[in-house]
Design a protein around this ligand. Structure first.
Ligand code: 8YV
Length: 320
């Protein structure tokens, strides 16, 4: 039989994916020495990576036989697309299957933050309730919700908030003429209008620090900020300063700049709800994401069209 194609597991996947993959591929773990140690492995045809890890140019360049980067996640901001294109490497991701759960996480963080669910749990467990009631909290229904980035996930977040009788506004890089929600020209204008600002824009260089100090300040003392996108989309230093000085009321965060070793100042803040990048981390969604990664690998090695391409391969000789 022909040798099984070698697939480099840059990030791991659950056993329910690894077991069927081992039947068709020779799965190789990323050597401890990183990209330089890959020369000894040889002829790796595909790699699987997470949204958070991606694939940098040095990794892509260390794999001369590479044909496919399959991202186990929707965000490909950490994949060097220019390097992939240069080396004629296709890139796939897992859109759509995680949209609902990530949108649910945005609502969950918003409600937990406004209604102080984590504080309430601690209040009950500590016995403090027997001494008196917990203080009053903010609310979500009827508030103005601003969504930064009205892509698939942002749109799903808007639809969910519509069920809470909220007013919904958004900022998107390109106007969404078909959208029923109110468009704002800049993130800062959106923040000035919003009671709660939810960040759902894709990560990467173009959106780094998009929610900047001025945008955070514009939210105001009663404002809440929720992020389910990437740590990079918010100026994290400005966010921590605003939370410490109570320039905004609080933040609900599923993503951070340095995951999992997040800035320790977050841990000392009472006005945050912290989540360990769990947006897509439900059993059902991770199964669907894994199935999509496997479908992309299978299509590639069968020479079929990729189910969810981000970047295709050109089989023509390059003109440049
Ligand atoms: C995952 C993500 O946590 O889809 C994304 O972009 O960040 C998440 O779904 C990750 O890619 C899975 O390891």
């Amino acid at each position: 039989p022909p040798p099984r194609p070698k697939v480099l597991m840059v990030s791991s996947m659950p056993d329910w994916d690894l077991a069927p993959m081992r039947e068709v591929y020779d799965l190789v773990d990323l050597p401890a020495g990183g990209p330089p140690a890959l020369a000894e492995v040889g002829d790796i045809k595909a790699l699987v990576t997470s949204g958070g890890r991606g694939a940098e140019a040095a990794l892509i360049e260390a794999l001369p036989a590479l044909e496919l980067i399959a991202v186990y996640g929707v965000g490909y901001d950490k994949v060097d697309l220019a390097a992939a294109a240069r080396h004629n490497v296709a890139v796939t991701n897992t859109p759509d299957v995680l949209t609902a759960d990530v949108a649910d996480m945005a609502l969950t963080l918003t409600l937990a933050l406004a209604r102080r669910i984590v504080d309430g749990d601690a209040f009950v467990r500590s016995g403090a309730w027997t001494e008196g009631s917990m203080s009053l909290t903010g609310s979500v229904s009827g508030r103005k919700i601003g969504i930064v980035g009205l892509g698939r996930i942002g749109e799903a977040i808007a639809r969910r908030f519509a069920g809470f009788d909220t007013e919904i506004g958004y900022w998107n890089r390109s106007p969404k003429t078909s959208s029923p929600w109110r468009a704002f020209p800049t993130p800062v204008a959106l923040a000035a209008w919003s009671d709660i600002l939810v960040v759902a824009v894709a990560g990467g260089g173009e959106t780094a620090g998009l929610v900047d100090a001025a945008t955070i300040a514009a939210l105001g003392r009663d404002g809440l900020l929720v992020n389910i996108s990437r740590g990079t989309t918010i100026d994290e230093a400005a966010l921590i300063a605003a939370l410490e000085s109570r320039a905004i009321a609080g933040a609900g965060l599923d993503v951070f700049l340095n995951e999992p070793t997040i800035d320790p100042r977050f841990l000392r803040l009472a006005n945050v709800v912290l989540s360990p990048h769990q947006g897509s981390a439900t059993m059902a969604t991770r199964q669907a994401m894994g199935a999509l990664v496997r479908a992309n690998l299978a299509a590639h090695f069968a020479g079929d069209a990729l189910p969810t391409p981000v970047l295709g391969r050109s089989y023509e000789p390059s003109l440049s």
